[in-house]
Write a protein that binds this ligand. Structure first.
Ligand code: A2P
Length: 335
């Protein structure tokens, strides 16, 4: 019998779906049979996997017969519609959208942090929001060492976090600006080129955006600290790939800068890059294409005896989406 799994990628033409195909190749995930899905607009187009062209199919229940693991990155509304169909067909869904993350029956997993959570799945495992993943990676070793008391996080989020349309809008806006033409936003609500937009996802009545609420709620669920105070501000920046987050973390026990460096350096999936004297610190253009999240600018908070400030950057299409999803699938395969 042929070895390997029958794998589906839903949203295969999108930014996260394309990266999922690359990560499956890079990590040599045991794919026996690959089925790729996108919207009806893309049916008949092809995507590339291991050098072969794979035809994009329409999502319909029969198409998932025999599928064992399905990676979904086609958006929340689609996930709500498709995931139950895919699970009924017998597959486990690793979903990248916001549809199921806070459902108590659905594990929300960052494999370096809470791998045990996958064991409770009932057919769906959720992959956290990209900014949340980048933020929680360095928080976990600090929590284990000194118990987190409060987190203040300000994000600087890349255009590709908004998918291929976000990426293309920033590119077109930048070209128009460079040519001296009028900059007309097509995907973002405002000009993003050479600007900052402090608004990602819908505003709630309390003034927080959906993205900020994800950062609060998902951080608590992943770290298993249900009442952790988290104060977020999320900002879209004119960067193509990689989310950066400025974090202030208060702990019950004091953690020195030296100890924090040791903790970050030892934690899987984190790379310490903190050499201020050499002007070396994480930046999006350096971290793009990497699976690790990079941490630097580690300083004591001069206004608080038990808090640290630091800066973390992660490729949100890789660790913030596809790499994390494939790592979840690896946990599921290992059992
Ligand atoms: P398509 O390329 O046909 O629009 P991104 O996050 O980069 O915008 O990508 C979204 C992904 O989700 C794309 O692959 C897109 O396909 C896919 N998608 C969007 N709507 C649907 C739908 N109704 N059914 C299946 N896939 C969808």
């Amino acid at each position: 019998m042929a070895s390997g799994l029958c794998v589906a990628v839903v949203g295969a033409t999108g930014a996260a779906g394309q990266t999922t195909l690359r990560i499956l190749e890079e990590r040599k995930f045991p794919v026996r049979d690959l089925r790729c899905f996108a919207s009806e607009r893309s049916v008949g187009k092809t995507v590339t996997f291991q050098g072969d062209a794979v035809r994009v199919q329409k999502v319909e229940p029969e198409a998932f017969r025999g599928v064992e693991i399905a990676f979904c990155s086609a958006g929340s509304a689609q996930a709500k519609e498709y995931a139950p169909i895919i699970v009924r067909a017998g597959a486990i869904v690793v979903d990248k959208s916001n549809a199921f993350r806070m459902d108590p029956k659905v594990p929300l997993v960052v494999p370096e942090i809470n791998p045990h959570a996958v064991r409770g799945h009932q057919g769906i495992v959720a992959c956290p929001n990209c900014t949340t993943i980048v933020t929680v990676m360095p928080l976990k070793p600090l929590h284990d060492a000194g118990r987190l008391r409060r987190v203040v996080a300000t994000s600087f989020q890349a255009a590709s976090g908004a998918g291929v349309n976000g990426l293309e809008d920033l590119r077109q806006q930048s070209l128009a600006w460079a040519r001296g033409e009028a900059v007309v936003p097509r995907h973002f609500q405002h000009q993003l080129a050479f600007n900052l937009i402090p608004h990602i996802d819908k505003f709630g009545s309390d003034g927080y955006t959906g993205e900020e609420m994800k950062l609060i709620n998902e951080t608590r669920k992943i770290l298993e600290i249900p009442d952790l105070p988290v104060a977020p501000t999320t900002v879209r920046v004119p960067v193509f790939t990689c989310h950066s987050v400025a974090v202030n973390a208060e702990t019950e026990e004091k953690i020195s800068v030296t100890r924090a460096r040791e903790l970050f350096a030892a934690f899987p999936g984190l790379t310490l890059w903190d050499e201020p004297a050499l002007n070396r610190y994480p930046m999006p253009i350096v971290v793009e294409g990497q699976d690790d999240c990079y941490v630097g600018r580690i300083r004591e908070d001069l206004s608080h005896p038990r808090a640290l400030n630091f800066w973390v950057v992660g490729d949100q299409l890789r660790k913030g989406a596809a790499t994390n999803a494939v790592q979840i699938a690896e946990l599921l395969v290992r059992g």
